[in-house]
Design a protein around this ligand. Structure first.
Ligand code: GDP
Ligand code: MN
Length: 388
């Protein structure tokens, strides 16, 4: 789960990290009140969306007067902001963050995430922080200093100090940076985050260290331990189909292609998408219906998949383990009665009760295309999209 910058900063503040003063605002009036409350100029008006790259997209602006706050706020609110991370569709701006301005001397980068290849947390710091960090990572990766954390030891002061020294920070700020890094690691672990990022961490003109931008992503599987964080969820930032899928306990992620996938198990779902790509197609979604899906859930999954207007074929790839093939067939038949399926459906299933499942589908009279292997199914799905 993602949260907004102002929420991330609220969490950072609780951990004692150096965050500038600021207030969220949901309309122009609140934005003005926030600026008045801050009582210093300039203030920064920041669009709150679940994406980075806002600065370059015009979503972060300095205001030097109440009039400018009003003007910038009314320009941003209610519009969609498209960044290089959101794609051309953009995300709706329904709240702003009004923050006291900071005089920047230098911008640094700090992030902690999981290094999946090592199965350990990794902390990355760089003296080349700011809006070009993706560029730095691509063209000059040695400018990013990394340290892999041994989970049972944690990020100790001496590790953090070494990172601070490698950043060539002013000597008098090394202690502050050291405790900032260890605190950030503590937050990352305690809150079951999957990533925390400060970009930029700023050295101010008056020689201080300040968190200017904050990002925290949470591991959904740990959210039940943090109800207060769960409350920070903002469904306006997720595609409506994904919100719908959540209600039915389906793991759905919308993608840009035209072949919808209905699969059980995340691993099989991933390889199904790969196979579609290999066959020359583009998946329209990731969908894991789970191991214990029932007929209703299958029917709901169908509805969600079909409400994406781009979809030209559906590829159902199921390994019947806990979810038996006959139950899947029942789900497909129920769904077909409920929603009109006007695109070709390719079914490949294997496993428990596969014969019964196939028989049910045949006898249903539904115009289904069957496949015996995943590869055959993918090829047939790609072919089906070309015919339309
Ligand atoms: P992002 O583009 O979505 O990552 O948004 P950021 O919060 O990182 O802001 C983008 C850029 O705006 C930063 O890298 C800074 O250069 C600039 N910026 C943000 N806040 C301030 C501020 O208080 N003063 C100044 N001078 N620049 C700021
Ligand atoms: Mn940033």
């Amino acid at each position: 789960m993602k949260v907004h910058e102002h929420q991330a900063k609220e969490i950072f503040r609780k951990y004692g990290l150096p965050v500038p003063r600021g207030y969220p605002a949901f309309d122009v009036k609140e934005a003005v009140e926030a600026a008045e409350q801050l009582g210093t100029w300039p203030v920064v008006v920041k669009a709150q969306i679940h994406s980075g790259g806002r600065g370059k997209a015009g979503g972060v602006k300095l205001a030097k007067s109440i009039e400018e706050v009003q003007q910038i706020a009314s320009e941003l609110l209610g519009k969609k902001l498209a960044t290089f991370q959101t794609g051309p569709e953009g995300l709706p701006v329904s709240r702003l963050y009004i923050e006291e301005g900071t005089a920047i001397d230098k911008e640094y980068y700090v992030a902690i995430t999981l290094d999946r290849s090592k199965s350990k947390p990794i902390i990355m710091v760089s003296a080349a922080g700011g809006m070009e960090i993706e560029e730095v990572a691509a063209t000059n990766p040695e400018a990013i200093i990394t340290h892999t954390v041994e989970p049972f030891i944690g990020l100790r002061s001496y590790h953090a100090r070494e990172l601070a020294l490698k950043l060539s920070l002013p000597k008098n700020l090394v202690n502050k940076a050291t405790s900032l890094f260890t605190t950030l690691y503590k937050l990352y672990i305690e809150l079951d985050a999957s990533m925390v990022e400060i970009n930029p961490l700023v050295l101010t003109k008056d020689g201080n260290l300040v968190v200017l931008d904050a990002k925290v992503d949470f591991d959904d599987n740990g959210l039940f331990r943090h109800p207060d964080i769960m409350d920070m969820d903002d469904p306006t930032q997720i595609s409506p189909l994904e919100v719908e899928a959540k209600k039915f306990n389906l793991n759905y992620i919308k993608l840009d292609g035209n072949i919808a996938c209905m699969v059980n198990g995340a691993g099989l779902a991933m390889s199904t998408m790969d196979t579609i790509k290999l066959a020359g197609g583009e998946p329209a979604n990731f969908l894991d219906v789970g191991g214990s899906a029932n007929a209703t859930q299958i029917a709901n999954a169908f509805k969600i998949i079909l409400s994406d207007p781009k979809v030209k074929a559906i590829f159902i790839n199921i390994f019947g383990g806990i979810l038996r093939c006959d139950r899947l067939a029942e789900g497909i038949i129920t769904a077909a009665k409920d929603v009109s399926i006007d695109v070709p459906v390719i079914v490949r299933m294997e496993g428990t009760n596969v014969e019964l499942g196939k028989k049910m589908l045949q006898e249903s009279g539904l115009p289904l295309i069957t496949a015996d292997t995943m590869w055959e199914g993918a090829l047939k799905a790609v072919e089906a999209t070309k015919r339309r």
